[in-house]
Structures are given as C-alpha cells and as structure tokens.
Design a protein around this ligand. Sequence first.
Ligand code: FAD
Length: 321
Amino acid sequence: MSFPDLLPDITRWMPELRGRVVANAMMADITWFRVGGPAQVLYTPADEADLAYFLARLPPELPVVAVGLASNLLVRDGGIPGVVVRLGRGFSNIKVEPGHRLRAGAAVPDARLSRAAADAGIAGLAFYRGVPGSVGGALRMNAGAHGRETREVLVEARAVDRSGSIHVLPLDAMGLTYRHCSVPPDFIFTEALFQGAPGESAAILAQMQEVADYREANQPIKERTGGSTFKNPPGNSAWKLIDAAGCRGLRVGGAKVSEMHCNFLINDRNASGEDVERLGETVRARVREASGVTLGWEIIRLGVPNAGHPTGEALVEAFAQ
Ligand SMILES: Cc1cc2nc3c(=O)[nH]c(=O)nc-3n(C[C@H](O)[C@H](O)[C@H](O)COP(=O)(O)OP(=O)(O)OC[C@H]3O[C@@H](n4cnc5c(N)ncnc54)[C@H](O)[C@@H]3O)c2cc1C
C-alpha cells in the first residue's frame, strides 16, 4: 500500500527546505526488525534550523514522529501516515567540553558516544556500548544497561517542538523514569549534554569490551529484533515470567520468541509487522493467564495495520480458535 504523495505540497509550503524528503519510504528498510510499511513522508533535516523551518510550516493536522536508529520500533504493515523525521549527518557531532562533559547530536549512535567518552578519558558512559540506538532514542527511552541509565549521565537536552520552537530542557524537566520520558511526545530531541567523571581510557575501553562480550554471549544481537520487548514489572523480570508461561521458542508466522533471551522477539522467517505484534500479544496473554501479571510493551509500536486488520490485544482474539 502507499499514501498520497505529499512532496508537491511540501515544496510549495516550504520552498527553502534544505533537508531530504522522500515519499512512501519503506520503514522495513530502516527498522531493526526489518518489518513495517511506508512512511508517507520520510524527512531527513539538514540541521536544527532546517527542522524548525519544516515544523513551523507543516500544517498542524499532519502527524509527525521522530525515529532514531529504529532499534526499539515495531512499525505496522500499513505504514505511518504523516511525516517520519529521521535525523542524520546534521546531528552527528560530538564535542568534548570542560568538566568531563560531552555534547552530542541526537543522531549519534550510543556506541559512538561511549567510544568518544573513552577516548577523552571520560568515565561513566561505557554502558552505552551495549545499546544499539542513537542519542535521541536514548533520551526518549531513558535507555539503560548494566546498572546505569541515561538520567544518571544527562545534564540537559535540546528539542524542537511541533511549532518549530527550540527548547533547552534541564535533566529535572525531562521526567526520566524506567524506559520513560515525560517530555511532550511532539518534541524532537536534537542534542544532549552528558556528564561523566575523570577516567583512564584503557580502563574504560576494557569495560566497554566487557559490555560487548556480555551482549554477544547473552542476547541475539545479530538477529532482526527490537531488543527487550516488555518492561520488567516492579520486582520481577519479564523474561522469567515469559519463560514460566512456556513461551520460549513460541512462533507466530515468521516471528519467534528468541530461544537465547525470551524477552526478545526475532524476525527469522520474513515476518510481517502483524506477525511480530501478534506474537507479542500472545505472549502477554499467556503470561497474564499463567501469573496474573500484565506485561507492558517497552517496544514502541508505530503506524497503522493493513486495511481491515486489527492491532494490539484484538490480534489475539482475531486468531483465537
Ligand atoms: C539487540 C538490542 C539490544 C538492546 N538493548 C538495550 C538495552 O540494553 N537497554 C536499552 O535501554 N535499550 C536497549 N535496546 C532498545 C533500543 O536500542 C533503545 O531503546 C534505544 O534507546 C532506541 O534508540 P533508537 O535511536 O533506535 O530509537 P528508535 O527505536 O528509533 O525510537 C525509539 C523511541 O524514541 C523516539 N525517538 C527517537 N529519536 C528521537 C528524537 N530525536 N527525538 C524524540 N524522540 C525520538 C521514537 O519516536 C520512539 O518513541 C536494544 C535493542 C536491540 C535491538
């Protein structure tokens, strides 16, 4: 399926746009899961000023969503109506600042951020070596690993809102809790300032290697996946509940619960977005039945299903015998 082409309108609304716009760009080409229909418009801003110009001139009724490296996304097969903003080269600078600080554009991959910190002798950011997203995604998800999370290392973030205004948000305005950020959903992060501590490069690099080795041994990082599918409920582990409900290895169409780490879903046989979502909802239903716990999705689901198809919990009911 495809959406009506908005490019002629965009050219008329914003003749001085410098970024790149593509109509009906397949999200499956971008997402880690390798599933998902088209973005009606995929916009890659040239820089922050270009993004602000775009948002200020885009009619307010058109929905806009930002994506980073799409490592935490499940995009539905019918695609994403409106605009998907994907930050690229214009947001990939890293600058070392006095006081063991790093300023990084929102498109910088987390692993590159941790490497830059190590090179500058800044400790405290090695955990990012294991998160395959970008700085923007880390802010929105309060990404964390190995006992640390973004809120412990963040000083402030910059963002552009839906009307094109720029905001600087100090840490305490971000509302970062476990895999959650309370900044309005229409704010697009463009940059972040991180605080580390003095460290020794060789020791930090060794710590990063430990993180990488742990990942390789314990997570299906070479598969088409979205990482942890569900948040850990308070005092419990999602993977333990999933395992106890007998879901390890469970399959729906081309999607499967990973044998290696059962809070990971993998696309190992050309799955559709619907296969992945139905598998996730089946796991949730079985865990609820086995333990009484309702798991909450950590993976962000975007877009619409194919015409006439259900989403969410209705997917389980639709296929019940
Ligand atoms: C193998 C694997 C391992 C993983 N391990 C971990 C882990 O240990 N810890 C962890 O926390 N996560 C983990 N994840 C999940 C994922 O990497 C993180 O959530 C990451 O922070 C997502 O970043 P992203 O750039 O890929 O964001 P995306 O997946 O593209 O988007 C995620 C969310 O962030 C929003 N977003 C993205 N960029 C911006 C922006 N510039 N402004 C505003 N909103 C934005 C999107 O709208 C969406 O809501 C893992 C994923 C995989 C595939």
